[in-house]
Design a binder for this molecule. Sequence first.
Ligand code: 13P
Length: 251
Amino acid sequence: MRVPLIVGNWKMHTTIGEARQLVNEMRLGLDKIEGVEKVICPPFVSLAVVKELIKGSSIKLGAQNLYFAEKGAYTGEVSPLMLADLCEFVIIGHSERRQYFGETDSIVNNKLRAAFKVGLKTILCVGERLEENEAGKTKEVVTGQLKSSLAGLDYPQDLVLAYEPIWAIGTGRAATGSKANETVSLIRQQFAESYGKENAREVRILYGGSVTTDNIVEFVEQSEIDGALVGGASLRTDQFVGIVKQTSEIK
Ligand code: 13P
């Protein structure tokens, strides 16, 4: 039984004050909804404040990235150990990290390894570019990313996967539910090849890319999709609470 999961990725939005306000706005609405795991991922600088604000609430906390070394002379980076004190989840390999910060599958692999070592639950993102999608290479790209990102890692118990087609991120042009389900199913098959059918049945796989209250049902009603990784709409209380609520009604 896979518990549905909705994750809000706030990306590089909100000052500490704005983060505080947003969490306070969302908390009541989210706490009323049962049966869905809810995670918010504010920027690093707001994690400590948000952690205090969600004490006693059903909301869980995640970070958006980490560096794989435990500590050392890596100016500006944040280590897994620092995060383990602060939050439960971490997003790894988001396409924006790959695109703007040169993250390769091998870096993603190191980051996953480091996150597991300190017991962080990871949300590993994969997804194809528009031209890859149009060239019919979606399967090859996403299963390739998955394989290399997980290369050499023992079965990662606390892993969540997220399928985020790059062309659907922040564009208002979401995938269709059935297409997303097809790709998520391929991702599950690939996971089964690495870790066995049983584990593949257990792993949660999210869809991400222009998810709103208008289309969430189309995704969560699919058999293979266990929830969503939400960007823009997670910065609006009505949207985020609405997405979680609709998910609880379907799953
Ligand atoms: P949007 O929901 O803004 O398209 O972003 C999706 C995303 O990248 C979540 O990680």
